[in-house]
Design a protein around this ligand. Sequence first.
Ligand SMILES: [Zn+2]
Length: 411
Amino acid sequence: MARVGVEEVLRRLLGVKALVVRGAQFEPHGVEVQVRPRQRRARCGECGRPSPGYDTSASRLWRHLSLGRTAFWLRYAPRRVLCREHGVKVERVPWAAHGSHFTYEFDELTAWLAQRMDKTATCRLMGINWRTVGTVVQRVVQARLDSSRLEELYIIGVDELSFRRHHEYVTVVVDHLKKRVVWVAEGKGEKTLQKFFDELGPERSQALTHVSMDLGAAYQAAVEARAPQAQKVFDRFHVQKLASEAVDTVRRQEVGLLGGAAEGRALKKSRWALLKNPWNLTQRQGQKLSEVARTNKRLYRAYLLKESLAKGLDYRQPGRAEQHLDGWAQWASHSKLKPFVKLSRTIRRFKQGILAYISTGLSNGLVEGLNNKIRLITRRAFGFHSAEALTAMIHLCCGGLSLTPPLPVPN
Ligand SMILES: [Zn+2]
């Protein structure tokens, strides 16, 4: 085996292509390696076109990976070039994105870890704060997001998620067939979804066959305007959520009516017993429920209505489900419970979309794993400085982005 000089050893250790090592020194923050691009001719940082030199800027540092406890840094004084198109620009270096203080390898490993590990572990291993992780992820996603992800979309789901203590929202579009997130943007409602259709364009919008969503008016309006041929699908998760909200409204009204009386206080603690699925009730909650059945007929009726609606959504045949839903709406409209009278109208109005859920089995629940994952990400997003960092993180973790981190390979 041929002996190699220490510069060559360093170059191979760094694992960065197209770079020449000129020397190295120990500094308090790690090892600084003086480098230069292998290519003599400078290129415009913006477009990469070889351009005549203009002057040389001050030397700067790029954070590279660590070896054990030692961080490696690249030091170089980039030239400035005079680009025909962009004017005076700092040259492009082969080891980092334009304007970035981190090498590509550092970015890639950080993003790969952020896909798989929690916040603290990622920050600790890479020695950077969570905000910086957000910036790195944004850069990686921008460069690597699959540009064909909006191609061949037929069955999609759209949903909104709140973050930052429910004050802000992101709208997420998933591809039901490929089970991945294809589009994310800050905001909610019709205007936000319109932006998705703008990006999709008329031709691809016409190809959509089904769109699953909640029963709110906003997304429906956008779909009707831009993809009127698509069947709207209202999945059970969203329908049942409305029934749970109705039960809770009835409960609060009853508590209000009873005031501070003992019955009122008892109802206050019945919330979970009323909202949970019956098979998940604890013994105590079961007792609570029979207490409600004994003492408050109105609230118990609300509970039965909620459960009956859930049962209607269990049917596999749309015919059976339709019969059940019609009967249910009849019952609810005569229940003398305002929230359920209102819900009966909603169910009647959107029956076709609910039956489409029965016949297609399409549910945002199908991508529920994805939903839970996004919820976790939005919770982690507290430390981010912008919604863009959050949307990039959602693309990174739920968009099927595959990364190749610089991990050791067996010889
Ligand atoms: Zn240029």
